[in-house]
Design a binder for this molecule. Structure first.
Ligand code: FES
Length: 104
């Protein structure tokens, strides 16, 4: 298992992307819950955040791809609007131990 960070270091209702073993991951914290996805939009297979910064809505409910504005439910990764509607971000499973986040 790879340690990728600490839960408390991730701001609520925001996203951040990190590289782990040449794999880009998107971390999404929504009202105290953490979701991790491959940072790869189903539309083109490229990252959701080429301009950097958070891609979460202010309430953390949605993630919006910066490339062509596809919208995803932050807690499930389901695309609900835009060019890949009905498709899904790839879920990355993890284990939380004393606040540390380990990829499974
Ligand atoms: S690459 Fe994400 S909407 Fe086109």
């Amino acid at each position: 298992m790879s340690l990728i960070g600490n839960f408390d270091d991730i701001p609520d209702n925001s996203t951040s992307s990190i590289m782990v073993d040449q794999r880009s991951l998107l971390l999404v914290k929504r009202t105290g819950d953490l979701f991790i996805y491959d940072n790869r939009c189903p539309h083109t297979g490229e990252s959701l955040d080429p301009m950097g910064g958070s891609v979460a809505s202010a309430d953390g409910l949605l993630i919006q791809c910066q490339r062509h504005a596809a919208e995803f439910v932050s807690t499930t990764g389901e695309c609900v609007a835009g060019p890949c509607q009905g498709e899904q971000l790839e879920v990355v499973t993890y284990t939380l131990s004393r606040g540390d986040i380990y990829l499974d």
